[in-house]
Design a protein around this ligand. Structure first.
Ligand SMILES: [Zn+2]
Ligand SMILES: [Zn+2]
Length: 117
């Protein structure tokens, strides 16, 4: 799957402490990915260093077939180098277990910066 890293992450602070913790709690990676513990980018073999909010990319050829983009944000585990590529489309492992950033669907801490209850 292809995602866009816009480097414009939602500024919401959740109760997990970091987006990486948020992904560890709410992402649903495949067993193989969870065991591998590597950056979600398919050509990258660096260890996971941080969680990065991204949006799913729909390629032009697919859009013609009627598929539409998804405006939702998801958190992916990436290494530092991949997270810093500006405005890039990243080919990531389908098993990486995107965690929704929607706090209503996950930790429910919208707008609060304190520790989880
Ligand atoms: Zn969270
Ligand atoms: Zn990487």
């Amino acid at each position: 799957m292809v995602v866009k890293n816009l480097n414009g992450s939602p500024q919401t602070v959740c109760g997990c402490g970091s987006w990486l913790n948020h992904w560890r709690r709410y992402g649903k990676p495949s067993a193989a990915f969870a065991q591998r513990q590597r950056c979600a980018v398919v050509v990258c073999d660096h260890p996971i260093e941080l969680g990065v909010p991204v949006q799913k990319e729909v390629l032009d050829g697919v859009r013609v077939l009627g598929m539409r983009g998804d405006a939702s944000w998801y958190v992916l585990p990436l290494c530092l180098a991949c997270s810093q590529k500006p405005e890039s489309a990243l080919m990531v492992d389908d098993g990486c277990g995107l965690a929704p950033t929607s706090l209503q669907e996950t930790c429910g801490m919208a707008g609060t910066a304190g520790p989880p209850p």
